[in-house]
Ligand binder design. Structure first.
Ligand code: NDP
Length: 289
């Protein structure tokens, strides 16, 4: 490995810039998280988001709603957030309990506060974005974090063969669009892909976003490839590990992300970056309206 794609270091540099920019803004950017139930992984993510807001001096508000909160109650909290001009970005933490219709809740997130690009309108903007268009108001945080980490480490994706393992709405699919917008040739793999190793072996850039520990092994990776591991898996001993067998793959890869300390901190940095740009936009709208 020549380059460790160090998301912790990169995210700290981004947070420093965000703090400086937000101090000059004249208003305090505000982020809201709505969490329903007690999913342990979600609780950790929400705490991390709160800590990051404090680091950069953002206002934050978390609605921790009981597991048995009704769908209508969640909708009325979303309406409250929509009307609160101190809150510029909103995330509804997924997964939601089974009795709540996830699609309906996502469709109710105000488009202008949809800080992780969940709403179909914003997803559509990502889909129809053409090369050379102005940057979007927001890009989904995890894929944006991957793109930023590659860029900060001088990885030019144009013309490269990128293989993404995983086709979720929050990681695999939007990342494919973002790589395509930057002129990569993109293949998306999933659980029905035939002969995954041979597809992954063709990649100059491999992104694993599955949730399966050490799924990507050294024999699946081309010598000199760039390997990005989005996966976060908790092992029986309590340690975190990614979807890539880091110790085996690092000797073949040109560049690779660690887990933890790779994509995770970049996701949070992008969340704050998006909150800042939404605060800027809403400040302009509030002035002109
Ligand atoms: P999902 O469960 O929504 O999607 C997983 C994808 O992996 C699906 O498309 C599934 O295929 C595919 N898949 C499952 N098994 C295989 C297999 N054997 N071979 C090929 N593909 C397979 O997961 P998410 O996208 O939400 O998350 C993926 C991972 O990334 C998780 O570990 C999650 O914790 C982590 N994550 C990390 C973030 C970060 O900030 N670092 C942020 C978000 C997620 P199919 O569609 O056919 O079922």
């Amino acid at each position: 490995m020549k380059v460790l794609l160090d998301g912790k270091k990169a995210s700290e540099a981004i947070l420093d810039k965000i703090r400086l920019e937000s101090e000059k803004l004249g208003i305090t950017p505000g982020l809201c998280v709505i969490m329903v139930g007690n999913d342990p992984a979600s609780s950790v993510y929400v705490k991390n988001k709160e800590k990051a807001c404090e680091k950069v001096g953002f206002y934050h508000k978390t609605y921790r709603l009981m597991e048995d909160t009704t769908q209508d109650q969640v909708l009325s909290v979303i309406q409250e957030v929509k009307e609160d001009c101190k809150l510029h970005g909103l995330i509804v933490q997924l997964p939601l309990p089974d009795h709540i219709n996830e699609e309906l809740i996502i469709n109710s997130i105000p488009v202008e506060k949809d800080v992780d690009c969940f709403h179909p309108f914003n997803v559509g903007c990502l889909l129809t974005k053409k090369k050379g268009d102005a940057p979007l108001a927001v890009a989904p945080c995890t894929p944006a974090g991957v793109m930023e980490l590659l860029e900060m480490n001088g990885v030019d994706v144009a013309g490269k063969r990128a293989v993404i393992v995983g086709r979720s709405n929050i990681v695999g699919k939007p990342l494919a669009l973002m790589l395509l917008n930057r002129d990569a040739t993109v293949t998306i793999c999933h659980s029905r892909t035939k002969d995954l190793p041979s597809v992954v072996r063709e990649a100059d850039i491999v992104v694993a976003a599955v949730g399966s520990p050490k799924l990507v092994t050294a024999d699946m990776v081309k010598e000199g490839a760039v390997v990005v591991d989005v996966g976060v898996n908790r092992l029986e001993d309590g340690k975190l590990c990614g979807d890539v067998d880091f110790d085996a793959v690092k000797d073949k890869a040109y560049a690779i992300t660690p887990v933890p300390g790779g994509v995770g901190p970049m996701t949070i940095a992008m969340l704050l970056k998006n909150t800042l740009s939404m605060a800027k936009r809403q400040r302009v709208c509030n002035k002109t309206s």
